[in-house]
Design a protein around this ligand. Structure first.
Ligand SMILES: Cc1cc2nc3c(=O)[nH]c(=O)nc-3n(C[C@H](O)[C@H](O)[C@H](O)COP(=O)(O)OP(=O)(O)OC[C@H]3O[C@@H](n4cnc5c(N)ncnc54)[C@H](O)[C@@H]3O)c2cc1C
Length: 263
């Protein structure tokens, strides 16, 4: 007689959630992936994913789409969840909810975007501002410069981006770098303000005692938060916020969950 499968609910469908789903479904678990936004997580925002081993480069969403297609063919279910507070009961739960962009401490007059890849086409031949000084700001500015007439980067320090991104940026005649803080006044005349000033963990479903001082989810060495709840990827304390490390963390968490459910 066939025994019923144990079920795993995964919250978040970025690299961590998708990798965990692959390992879990292949081990025989009944897997559902819940998502509050676009399936694929931040893969959808990466204009060119050039540092994921085995992926030939190109939009991150291409990797997401092929992973999701494969997972569906293996029987993984995907569902939208409209709240970030409620976790449906399951034999095990994996939080792979990633991070959310930090907001400016003022409200810009133009529309604000946190995703160059998603919104750049709206500002074709217009002047846009980019706020931030890290890799996401630099690569966002590069992507925008192919569509917008001009891109002004407001950076509070020298740009801290990968050398390849910096040298591509230097070759662009329509990108200007202003080493001043963005304000309501100096951004008011742009068509849009693209903000890349860091992220905070999407961990509000857990009580503060389960989080580190920056709000990332604390786990034991088996990715376990408490009871049957586990966490993986960039929402987890100490995980490098990159696709390959988040995916690897999701895979490792799935193996821990499989072992937990066998006990
Ligand atoms: C513009 C940009 C460029 C980047 N470029 C690169 C790059 O070139 N190379 C690289 O390796 N990394 C890059 N990164 C970083 C990379 O995207 C992240 O490290 C990676 O996506 C983290 O994976 P994750 O699965 O932990 O979280 P995420 O990809 O953030 O996925 C988490 C998902 O969980 C969902 N979610 C949140 N709360 C809930 C909830 N309560 N219920 C259900 N779902 C929920 C979110 O909507 C999201 O879809 C870039 C990031 C950005 C923003």
């Amino acid at each position: 007689m066939e025994t019923s499968k144990k079920n795993l609910n995964i919250y978040g469908s970025g690299p961590a959630g998708l990798a965990a789903a692959l390992y879990a479904v292949r081990s025989g678990l009944d897997v559902t992936v819940f998502e509050t936004s676009a399936f694929g997580g931040k893969l959808n925002e990466i204009p060119s994913l050039d540092n994921f081993p085995g992926f030939p480069g190109g939009p991150g969403r291409d990797l997401a789409n092929s992973e999701i297609k494969k997972l569906k063919s293996l029987g993984v279910k995907f569902a939208y969840s409209d709240t970030d507070k409620t976790l449906s009961p399951a034999d095990a739960i994996l939080l792979a909810t990633g991070t959310v962009p930090k907001k400016l401490d003022f409200t810009p007059v133009p529309p604000v975007s946190y995703c160059a890849l998603c919104d750049a086409p709206l500002y074709r031949d217009k002047s846009v501002a980019v706020v931030g000084s890290g890799n996401s700001a630099a690569s966002g500015a590069l992507y925008l410069s192919d569509l917008a007439s001009s891109v002004t980067i407001f950076a509070n320090s020298d740009l801290r981006a990968e050398p390849a991104t910096l040298s591509a940026l230097e070759k662009k005649s329509n990108i200007k770098i202003e080493k001043v803080l963005a304000t309501e006044e100096n951004t008011k005349d742009f068509a849009a303000v693209f903000v890349f000033i860091g992220h905070t963990p999407a961990s509000s479903m857990l009580e503060p005692a389960l989080l580190d001082e920056k709000g990332y989810v604390k786990t034991d060495e088996t990715h376990r938060v408490k009871d049957n709840i586990f966490a993986a990827g960039s929402v987890r304390s100490g995980v490098l916020d990159q696709c390959i490390t988040s995916a690897a963390d999701g895979a490792a968490a799935a193996v821990d969950i499989i072992n937990f459910l066998k006990q």
